[in-house]
Design a protein around this ligand. Structure first.
Ligand SMILES: Nc1ncnc2c1ncn2[C@@H]1O[C@H](COP(=O)(O)OP(=O)(O)OP(=O)(O)O)[C@@H](O)[C@H]1O
Ligand SMILES: [Mg+2]
Length: 267
């Protein structure tokens, strides 16, 4: 697929976050001295309690918030909104109701001025890969929530970008659809190794997907632990759950999350 119509896999862009501190107001220290290097083509998941600054960190990398202290570098540049090498996918990623599935999938690529014929070929191929073949000309209202998130995933991958920022993209889905989409994401990512920074509340999801899991704590938001996920690839969401090493890694992270951080989920 992609390598014919996309060269983003070869762009090899990492993310360097160095000593980043962020305040939303005087005395409101949201991120405190956060440093993280994401290697080109690496999949890094961030977990941590609600309010620890995960979305803030992604927004800083996306250039949607200005960096106040410290530095963030992507492809030798500072972040900026609409950076041609960066795509962002959210938990409830809205599709436009007046565009068909195909034209929604093409949207980001269209906005970025990518070649029309190529983006159409690519969109149709991605729609097939996310299991929506036959729905190319359907409108979002005819799709279930899970199908819409599939379309949003296809749209994210249709972008010819080297870096994907994903903020709980499967957070609002039922358990089974979530497992399917995790496998789908792994499949797409394996074909075109993009650099991914993926926020989730779901530790199992983080361990299934990522090369490394970053555990954050809050008040203020800091990185408490970085765990190398030494589970072999290719991985499959359902199979890993019976792997003892998976449970060892999970126990290590849970200990860190519970250690002096207050409730893990309190919203
Ligand atoms: N625009 C804003 N203005 C003021 N405070 C903000 C703003 N955005 C976030 N915050 C605060 O910064 C802190 C971190 O918020 P953020 O959304 O980054 O957390 P999060 O880790 O993504 O949480 P969740 O898991 O609930 O999504 C919170 O205390 C939040 O209230
Ligand atoms: Mg968030």
């Amino acid at each position: 697929m992609g390598n014919i119509v996309s060269d983003s896999g070869n762009k090899s862009v990492g993310i360097a976050i160095d000593s980043v501190t962020h305040r939303f107001g005087p005395g409101q220290l949201t991120l405190d001295n956060v440093s993280l290097n994401v290697e080109p083509g690496e999949f890094v998941a961030i977990v941590g309690p609600s309010g620890c600054g995960k979305t803030t960190l992604l927004n800083l990398v996306a250039g949607l918030l200005p960096t106040q202290e410290g530095t963030i570098t992507l492809a030798n540049e500072q972040p900026r909104p609409g950076h041609p090498l960066v795509g962002y996918m959210l938990a409830r990623d809205a599709l436009f109701g007046w565009r068909t599935v195909r034209r929604n999938v093409e949207l980001g690529a269209e906005i970025r001025g990518q070649d029309e014929a190529l983006r159409e070929i690519r969109a149709v191929e991605l729609i097939r890969q996310v299991g929506l073949a036959g729905y190319e000309d359907a409108y979002p209202k005819a799709l279930s929530h899970g199908m819409r998130q599939r379309a949003a995933l296809a749209r994210t991958f249709c972008l010819d970008v080297a870096v994907l920022l994903m903020d709980e993209p499967f957070g609002a889905l039922d358990a089974q659809t979530k497992l399917q989409l995790e496998d789908l994401l792994l499949d797409l990512w394996t074909r075109e190794r993009r650099t991914v920074l993926f926020v989730t509340h779901d530790l199992n999801e983080a361990l299934v997907l990522a090369d490394r899991v970053v555990v954050m704590g809050r008040n203020p938001g800091t990185i408490r632990l970085v765990v190398q996920v030494t589970l072999p690839r290719p991985r499959e969401a359902r199979m890993l759950q019976s792997d003892p090493h998976f449970h060892d890694l999970s126990a290590t992270i849970w200990r860190e999350l519970e250690g002096g951080m207050g409730p893990w989920l309190d919203r």
